[in-house]
Design a protein around this ligand. Structure first.
Ligand code: ACO
Length: 319
């Protein structure tokens, strides 16, 4: 079966930055509480899920040198679509000029890793180029008078281009999971606001990340000691610390961007991945672990062997 490699990546965040002090000026909270309890210092707020997805998607396509007209499928992971119908992927598809199919995928904060695994499945069915986008505007479903949620969320998007390759693919192992009996812990009814039982989510989240990461690593035939870069969902810096400690992954191998972006749900892992690439933290050949969890509850992990896009031209000539 053909494998796939990430050949391009891009991100987008709204211009407006809301700091902890901005929130403290109108809510009964403080920079100290938010920083200590969550690791968040600021978040970007504004825009639409489709426009952020278009901006991130365009950067990823440019980076890969792939024409949107040559993309077979666009998968948009989001939990904050611009409308119930049509899917937000329709707007992103038109905005980018993607010629192939397009669909939304909602697995809450695990959405991007779910989409990445699904995209690999499509490659094994014959798709050659897939654009995977995680885009969110959680600010639009947040009650800004509720300090328990308002301090946590941010808006943004991240995207990757996945191209089929003749050689072995980049995805070595994966794990997708869900437990619908826990769906009351984190929810947003139609037309309502986000609600979360923070303490319970925290408890389940650490276990979900550890168990799902362990399952994906085992499927890949590697261990946590082999992981060079851990890119977890950015919901709370304390969850990242607790999960990485239990996995035995040292802090310097973890990507933490929550201080700048807050919790951006499906966008958080691709945003963190882009940050790691752009700051030179990902060398070709490095073993990368992505792991997310979120409402549902859902969880998802993927183990990638980074790099290999230099084979791209050879692969393209044959495709
Ligand atoms: N500012 C100041 N005080 C606050 C705030 C705030 N923003 N929010 C809550 N508090 C208070 C509480 O009222 C409570 O006060 P009390 O002791 O007088 O009752 C105290 O701080 C402690 O509250 P806890 O809820 O126990 O705080 P905790 O340490 O659990 O942190 C948090 C809360 C940050 C929400 C944490 O539980 C968490 O991160 N949970 C997981 C979140 C998560 O992973 N969500 C999943 C994805 S979210 C999504 O998809 C959008």
């Amino acid at each position: 079966m053909p494998g796939a490699r990430i050949t391009g990546w891009g991100m987008a965040v709204p211009e407006k930055v809301v700091t902890n002090d901005d929130l403290s000026a109108r809510l009964d909270t403080s920079d100290e509480w938010i920083t200590e309890r969550t690791g968040i210092r600021q978040r970007h707020v504004g825009g639409t899920t489709s426009q952020l997805g278009i901006d991130a998607g365009r950067r990823a396509l440019d980076q890969a040198g792939v024409d949107a007209a040559d993309v077979d499928v666009l998968v948009l992971a989001t939990t904050t679509p611009d409308a119930t119908v049509p899917g937000t992927s329709a707007t992103v598809q038109q905005g980018l000029g993607v010629a192939g199919g397009a669909f939304d995928l909602n697995a809450a904060c695990s959405g991007f890793v779910y989409a990445l695994v699904v995209a690999h499945g499509l490659v094994s069915l014959g798709a050659r180029r897939i654009l995977v986008v995680g885009s969110e505007t959680l600010s639009r479903i947040t009650d800004w008078d509720d300090r328990s949620m308002a301090v946590l969320v941010g808006d943004g998007a991240g995207a990757v281009v996945l191209e089929a390759t003749d050689g072995p693919g980049q995805l070595l192992g994966w794990d997708l999971g869900a437990d619908g009996s826990l769906r009351h812990l984190l929810k947003c009814d139609l037309g309502g606001y986000l609600f979360m039982n923070g303490k319970e989510i925290f408890r389940h989240a650490v276990r979900a990340v550890v168990d799902s990461s362990t399952a994906a690593l085992a499927r890949a035939g590697v261990t946590a000691a082999d992981v060079e870069l851990f890119v977890p969902h950015q919901a709370n810096a304390r969850i990242i610390t607790a999960a990485s400690q239990r996995l035995g992954i040292p802090a310097e191998r973890c990507v933490v961007t929550i201080d700048r972006y807050g919790n951006t749900s499906s966008a958080s892992i691709p945003l963190a991945l882009c940050d790691a690439i752009d700051t030179g933290r990902l060398r070709p050949g490095a073993l990368v672990l992505l792991s997310g969890f979120g409402g549902g509850m859902t969880w998802a992990s993927a183990v990638l062997r980074w790099g290999g896009w230099r084979d791209r031209e050879a692969t393209r000539r044959r495709s």
